[in-house]
Design a protein around this ligand. Structure first.
Ligand SMILES: Cc1cc2nc3c(=O)[nH]c(=O)nc-3n(C[C@H](O)[C@H](O)[C@H](O)COP(=O)(O)OP(=O)(O)OC[C@H]3O[C@@H](n4cnc5c(N)ncnc54)[C@H](O)[C@@H]3O)c2cc1C
Length: 305
């Protein structure tokens, strides 16, 4: 491929939607990704419109890749380690390779803080649906079931109360120690959430349950365990370029419209907001269209005002 007009970093729902739109604008688009889309780990999404029987995350990513490539997008696996401004564009580098582009879309997602289990056991527990990381995604599937939340702090308390809307049986347990305030404890008590104390000792998943062993000797078996341990946005490359920061190291929530640096847009989970497939797709469409129109303006192809 000649120098792409736009490079998209990320081949999740955000990056692949951006690539589809750009390819359909007849832009040369290169998608670079390091194979770690969170969507690949979702066993079955039931909240993506158009898939009434649900769709596995991996299948969705494969369909989206096929659709973007059908219109001419190129998708390559590579980890981008550095980005520098150069002339009227950017130079990206990683793994001994480099790429040059005029416009750049960051669709790099987030990393999750996870509970401590061997990788294969952890991924099997996710696939079995006994370990879940996204109550908005799949709280519904836990309706009237026994749920646990790990992380007795403000985040954990909020998540436990959110899940309480789906079931009467919610137990909140600390990872290391409880950091709940008296007011949070009172609210949880009033909502009927069980709060346990003592650090997490170990987890014991089966295909249908998760048993939590606490250091106090107490064990709790639930149908579904949600760790509420926070996320780490993969925003460092964009922030180093000068992109606008949102809350908690996310990029600012209007970054799909422009990330605060000429030629740079962002889309998906890395942007502050709701971390969902549908939102990532919407961001991808906006970022791609903004990038395309910006290139048209640069080239004198847009209506002058
Ligand atoms: C277990 C689980 C279940 C879920 N279930 C649902 C659900 O049912 N419904 C729903 O709406 N959402 C669900 N989600 C959330 C959903 O997966 C995310 O909201 C969605 O994937 C966000 O898309 P994205 O494109 O922004 O990021 P991602 O899909 O995470 O993609 C990020 C991309 O950036 C790439 N990348 C990052 N940094 C670099 C770099 N330096 N160099 C190269 N590539 C890089 C990665 O390789 C990846 O391709 C679930 C998440 C998990 C973990």
């Amino acid at each position: 491929m000649n120098q792409p007009d736009v490079i998209v970093i990320g081949a999740g729902p955000a990056g692949l939607t951006a690539a589809l739109y750009l390819a359909r604008y007849h832009r040369r688009v290169l998608v670079l990704h390091d194979g770690t889309s969170r969507a690949l780990r979702g066993p079955m999404a039931h909240n993506v419109p158009g898939f009434p029987d649900g769709i596995a995350g991996k299948a969705l990513v494969q369909i989206m890749e096929r659709q973007a490539m059908a219109y001419g997008a190129t998708i390559a696996e590579a980890r981008v380690e550095d980005i520098q401004r150069s002339g009227d564009g950017f130079v990206l580098s990683g793994g001994g390779q480099s790429w040059r582009t005029r416009a750049l879309i960051m669709a790099t997602g987030v990393s999750m803080n996870e509970v401590d289990l061997p990788d294969a056991v952890h991924e099997k527990a996710i696939a079995d649906g006994v370990l879940r990381y996204c109550p908005i995604c799949d709280g519904f599937e836990g309706t009237d079931r026994k749920m646990g939340v790990i992380g007795a702090d403000t985040n954990g308390a909020a998540e436990a109360l959110f899940l309480r809307q789906y079931t009467k049986d919610v137990t909140l347990m600390p990872l290391a120690q409880s950091e709940l305030t008296a007011d949070e404890t009172a609210q949880l008590d009033q909502a009927g959430v069980t709060v346990l104390y003592g650090a997490l000792d170990r987890l014991e998943p089966t295909p249908v349950t998760m048993t939590v062993h606490l250091t106090t000797g107490r064990t709790v078996t639930v149908d579904i365990l949600y760790p509420a341990l926070g996320l780490r946005p993969r925003s460092e490359l964009a922030l180093r370029l000068g992109a606008r920061r949102g809350e908690g190291d996310c990029l600012a929530e209007d970054s799909p419209f422009g990330a605060g640096v000429d030629g740079l847009w962002a889309a998906g989970d890395v942007v502050q907001g709701l971390d969902q497939i549908t939102v990532a797709m919407g961001h991808g469409a906006i970022a791609a269209t903004r990038a395309h129109n910006w290139l048209r303006e640069q080239d004198g192809h847009a209506l002058r005002k």
